[in-house]
Design a protein around this ligand. Structure first.
Ligand SMILES: O=C(O)Cc1cc(O)ccc1O
Ligand SMILES: [Fe+2]
Length: 481
């Protein structure tokens, strides 16, 4: 059986830098020098290329990694449809049986994206349930999405809940896209083909398309959010006039060290893949975690959100939330993102003569938000409220903004500097997309978490403050006065 007695220090060594071309060898001499694919790679290893872009992608976009492993990935029996439900449909409780959609998937060979409901209403969800019955693979649920993995366009938005580590002889990969993970409760001990990552709440990670991984739960349970990017890859946002540092700094992104298991005993390793949003599995007789060394720029990474250098107004007015972008996945149109990952971290709010929470707005982008901890400054009231582990969706042109209680509070607040979240521990995030997102059956119905009265609870009580009376006079004001 596999060697599993890695020490904490052996597992969690990191290589620093965003998008860097890195190399790592867990046995000295395992990486060929000056060659990618020598006739006989060192130590009797196989060379295997893992590409994240087309071979001919321009250099600044090109992503690939060379893996030096004991056996290549192709050595496995054929995949067959998995006996677990697809992520878009199914309740957490095993009492509710494997869903009808999963068996339909089997009939047609296992490829179904599921129905998405496109609705203009603002949506908010109570915290999603914990589950003791699921592991990472069975605990991922698609809430919303746009586009299509087969066309490599769009994104999927997920929540996960798990109460079990994946068996150590199991691995998962998604052929559909890069997965950005935002833990909300419980650490994730992620073993990837390229090495280990420990990802805790207030950290995030990205596992690229195709990279196999296993998720252990050191705390016995975990819950959080995830975004799967069907097209392109996340990159750091441009900084423009901010200059050469700020927001998420490149050096704070951490990639794993190579770490391998040498299991030649002919064990049984279950590989599950998500392929066009349906799950398939196979069992192979060698561990997928046999990469002794690698070099490349296509690798998993993590980032501690506490290292985000938050920048905001120090004079007046509330800036656009783009100033809080950690990572962005651009569309073909510059400045327009298929997905932005934005955080609202602990920070000081100042601003003279300024309404400090978000202004009311209708947005051409769609906004899915979650709360990692604390409270969000625009959402104080309402039955159920916006609470950690819950979520909201304000779709394309769906009006939103502070609820009535938050509005009145901010309108009358003394404008001294305040730390957002009071104790400084709040952190909400947003997955913002230029695409109109649809909600899955699971997100709309099966999860049973939609707050039916969200709109009226939030904005039904907004007061009229109009004092104009038709005089038409307008105050002209300089902020220098
Ligand atoms: O709707 C939201 O709460 C997210 C958001 C925050 C902000 O500061 C400005 C715009 C915006 O969409
Ligand atoms: Fe918004």
């Amino acid at each position: 059986m596999p060697v599993t007695n890695f020490t904490f220090a052996e597992k969690y060594r990191y290589l620093n830098g965003f998008g860097s071309y890195l190399e790592s060898e867990s046995v000295p001499g395992a990486l060929p020098v000056g060659h990618n694919s020598p006739q006989k790679p060192p130590l009797g290893l196989y060379a295997e290329k893992l590409s994240g872009t087309s071979f001919t992608a321009p250099r600044h976009e090109n992503k690939q990694t060379w893996l030096y492993r004991i056996l290549p990935s192709c050595a496995h029996p054929p995949f067959t449809p998995a006996r677990v439900p697809s992520p878009a449909h199914t309740p957490y409780s095993s009492e509710l049986e494997v869903s009808a959609s999963a068996s339909e998937d089997e009939d047609v060979g296992g490829s179904s994206v599921g129905r998405l409901h496109h609705i203009p209403n603002q949506l908010r969800w109570d915290p999603f349930d914990h589950s003791s019955e699921t592991d990472w693979v069975t605990g991922l649920r698609q809430v919303a999405g746009a586009g299509d993995p087969t066309m490599k366009s769009g994104l999927g938005i997920y929540v996960y809940a798990a109460g079990r580590s994946m068996p150590t002889n199991a691995a998962y990969y998604s052929a559909d896209g890069d997965l950005l993970i935002v833990p909300q409760e419980g650490a994730l001990d992620i073993r990837t083909e390229l090495g280990w990552l420990l990802v805790r709440p207030m950290e995030m990670a990205v596992i690229p398309r195709g990279v196999k991984y296993n998720v252990g739960l050191p705390e016995g349970k975990a819950r959080g959010y995830a975004l799967e990017l069907y097209q392109g890859h996340f990159q750091l946002p441009e900084l423009g006039p901010i200059g050469s540092n700020g927001l998420a700094n490149a050096r704070d992104f951490q990639a794993p060290f190579a770490s391998y298991t040498n299991d030649t005993s002919g064990g049984q390793y279950k590989i599950t893949t998500k392929f066009n949003n349906a799950l398939f599995e196979t069992v192979q007789n060698h561990t997928p975690f046999d990469v002794v060394a690698w070099h490349g720029n296509y690798h998993p990474f993590k980032y501690d959100l506490g290292r985000f250098n938050t920048i905001g107004s120090i004079s007046f007015d509330h800036p656009d939330p783009s100033i809080f972008t950690v990572l962005t996945a651009p569309s073909d149109h510059p400045g327009t993102a298929v997905a932005d990952f934005v955080i609202f971290p602990p920070r000081w709010l100042v601003g003279e003569d300024t309404f400090r929470p978000p202004w009311y707005h209708r947005n051409t982008m769609s906004e899915f938000m979650g709360l990692i901890q604390g409270e969000y400054d625009a959402k104080k009231g309402g039955k159920g409220g916006f609470v950690p582990g819950g979520a909201s969706l304000h779709n394309v042109m769906s009006g939103h903004g502070p609820d009535a209680a938050s509005y009145e509070g901010a309108r009358n607040a003394e404008l001294k500097p305040v730390k957002v979240g009071g104790d400084g521990n709040s952190c909400a995030f947003m997955f913002e997309s230029c695409l109109m997102v649809g909600v899955t059956d699971w997100g709309l119905k099966t999860c049973k978490k939609v707050q039916e009265d969200y709109n009226t609870e939030s904005w039904g009580g907004l007061k009229v403050h109009w004092t104009g009376g038709g005089s038409g006079e307008r105050e002209s004001k300089s902020h220098l006065l």
